[in-house]
Design a protein around this ligand. Structure first.
Ligand SMILES: [Zn+2]
Length: 216
């Protein structure tokens, strides 16, 4: 289990923060009435950890084996993680819309934080020290995620948190790194492009309407 990646490492994150990555990668249409959940069983969680670089192959295999041996505990750990994700999602979505997060969610996050910090440690690395988590168990994902959420909440990037403006409920959370701070979409290729096409179609319709009214 020594492979459990350290917090400060080469993680593969699309929006810079682990807590946002989890919200974006493991649920589709998060802001819609019918979100699509991708964490169906414990191995999905391990696969996600592997994908972002939190887990190596050996830790992944050991966690999957442990989950198979203790399915009830694994199920409870998964539920805790999904709860933490939803707390993060609601909190950062409120912040993205310049609203104050619900007090109950912040309290819940603090409960997770207390739980997580009891398992956190600092260990020497080649260029100083890094955060690590000594105890290895089925709750491995809670610790780096809680810390990531706490770090983002207290960072100067907090006012750059935004959410995709897609009207179907894409829900993607992002860090707006543009100079103008006018980012609106998860990506221009998907929701941004769709919005552009819709605007184009509306203009076309409007144009056709005007033209038909001008006809004798
Ligand atoms: Zn989107």
């Amino acid at each position: 289990m020594s492979e459990l990646a350290r917090y400060r490492g080469a993680l593969r994150l699309r929006e810079r923060w682990l807590c946002l990555e989890l919200c974006n990668a493991t649920v589709d249409w998060h802001a819609s009435e019918h979100p699509v959940e991708h964490i169906q069983d414990y191995s999905d969680l391990v696969a996600w950890g592997r994908e972002v670089g939190l887990l190596g192959p050996q830790a992944s295999a050991e966690l999957n084996a442990l989950a198979a041996k203790e399915p009830k505990t694994a199920g409870e750990a998964m539920t805790r993680l999904v709860n933490l994700r939803e707390v993060c999602y609601r909190t950062f979505a409120e912040i993205a819309h310049r609203r104050t997060p619900v007090a109950g969610d912040v309290a819940e996050l603090n409960r997770f934080l207390a739980l997580s910090l009891s398992a956190a440690a600092v260990t020497p690395a080649s260029d100083g020290f890094v955060w690590s988590w000594q105890a290895i168990d089925l709750d491995w994902a809670l610790w780096p995620l809680t810390r990531s959420a706490a770090d983002l909440l207290t960072s100067d990037e907090l006012d750059r948190v935004g959410q995709c403006a897609d009207d179907r409920g894409c829900g993607w959370l992002f860090i707006d790194t543009t100079r103008s701070r006018r980012r609106r979409w998860c990506s221009m290729e998907s929701c941004g492009n769709r919005a552009k096409q819709r605007r184009h179609l509306q203009r076309e319709k409007l144009g056709r309407g005007r033209r038909s009214r001008e006809m004798p």
